[in-house]
Design a protein around this ligand. Structure first.
Ligand code: ZN
Length: 385
């Protein structure tokens, strides 16, 4: 399979891809930095355009446009997925892109500008080796992944209905493992309303929203005992205005992860029971679901993809293992729908969401070759679904 031709192309164009990674990394592109994310999208779109894809920019509402790029061919499409945004809200304390061999350092290199460049490099290598056009390919890059894909989830759901397989370019795990399943994630905001009053009052109402919320936090954390396999975390809580005022408002942010779809309902019921129960007289709570991604339990198709990856890796003397992902990604939309899906196909990265984020640069090119060979092999493969 033209591995040599693809490898040669990757080597020839290495400088181009490193320059592109530098350019993209140095654009301030946290999800809410709409101009920056849109700029990243324009650059990526023009690369896809040059590769012969039909590129459409899909309105992202309050966020930057999403990219849907398609290449025709016979059969059902293979989806290559990823995101254009980073998690950062302030770039001032972050380092600019730098090469520090074997690392390429910079905000979003791992999550996931490196993966975006990796997929472009893979497609370019395939084009050069005459391997594009044997099956349809759709590249879906959204602009709001780090906020739970509020304006792009329908796009992913729609493509999950027709995809033959979905390959995602989030960073590979530390030992290079690829991801064959991920847990579901529910995020909530819990607002408690009480009644403000003078702290020194000894009579009348003491409707402290903070006290009421404290009881609820204990109840929510208690769900860790009740539901096996489920991780429940109250990650942030605040309330009140000053020590001499009874707090009228208190808020908590909650993150819940579970591995199977059938665990969603009992968790939701437990959360709404906690929401309804009043702990402090005259306090009331409002529970808001802020983000959701469905569970992607490892399926037969994902295992088949992982086996193909393992075989391709072994031809290069590489052992590529699989792992269940700790976080969620938009691959969940595909895995949840039973589509053969694989994630973690981007370069090996470390320090996601921190100022020390980096990738191991050579792995971007190893992974690009792997992805190119996998997509080429998928054109002839019969996948279980
Ligand atoms: Zn990511």
């Amino acid at each position: 399979m033209n591995t040599e031709a693809m490898n040669a192309r990757l080597a020839d164009r290495r400088e181009h891809w490193v320059e592109l990674l530098e350019r993209l990394t140095n654009i301030e592109g946290g999800t809410e930095m709409v101009d920056g994310v849109a700029e990243v999208g324009r650059i990526v779109a023009s690369e896809l355009d040059e590769l012969g894809f039909t590129v459409e920019l899909v309105d992202g509402g309050a966020f930057a446009p999403h990219i849907v790029a398609q290449l025709d061919g016979p059969g059902r499409p293979i989806v290559l997925g990823g995101h254009l945004d980073t998690t950062y809200t302030d770039y001032a304390p972050l380092p600019a892109f730098a090469l520090d061999p074997p690392r390429a350092v910079g905000p979003g290199t791992a999550d996931m500008r490196g993966g975006v460049v990796c997929f472009l490099a893979a497609l370019d290598a395939m084009a050069h080796a005459g391997l594009l056009g044997r099956c349809p390919i759709a590249v879906l890059f959204n602009s709001d992944e780090e906020r739970g894909a509020p304006t792009s989830r329908d796009l992913f759901r729609e493509w999950a209905g027709r995809a033959r397989a979905a390959l995602f370019g989030e960073a590979g795990a530390h030992d290079g493992q690829v991801v064959t399943g991920r847990r579901a994630k529910l995020s909530y905001r819990l607002d408690v309303a009480g009644i403000a009053g003078h702290a020194g009052g000894r009579t009348g109402t003491r409707a402290s929203a903070l006290l009421d919320l404290s009881h609820r936090v204990i109840a929510i954390e208690g769900l860790n005992e009740r539901f096996e396999d489920t991780a429940v975390n109250v990650g942030r809580a605040w309330g009140g205005v000053a020590s001499n005022t009874i707090p009228a408002h208190a808020t908590a942010l909650i993150d819940i992860r579970y591995p199977r779809a059938d665990q969603k309902e009992p968790v939701e019921e437990a959360m709404s029971a906690i929401n309804e129960k009043q702990h402090v007289s005259q306090c009331s709570a409002t529970l808001t679901l802020t983000s959701f991604r469905p569970a992607w339990p490892e399926n037969e198709g994902s295992r088949a993809l992982a086996e193909m990856v393992r075989q391709i890796g072994s031809l290069h003397g590489e052992e590529i293992a699989t792992i269940q992902g700790g976080g969620t990604s938009d691959a969940n939309w595909f895995g949840a729908a039973g589509v053969p899906a694989l994630d973690g196909l981007g370069p090996i990265g470390f320090g996601h969401h921190t100022p020390d984020e980096y990738i191991l640069l050579d792995t971007l090119f190893d992974r690009a070759l792997l992805v190119a060979e996998l997509v080429a092999a998928l054109a002839d493969a019969d996948l279980p679904r």
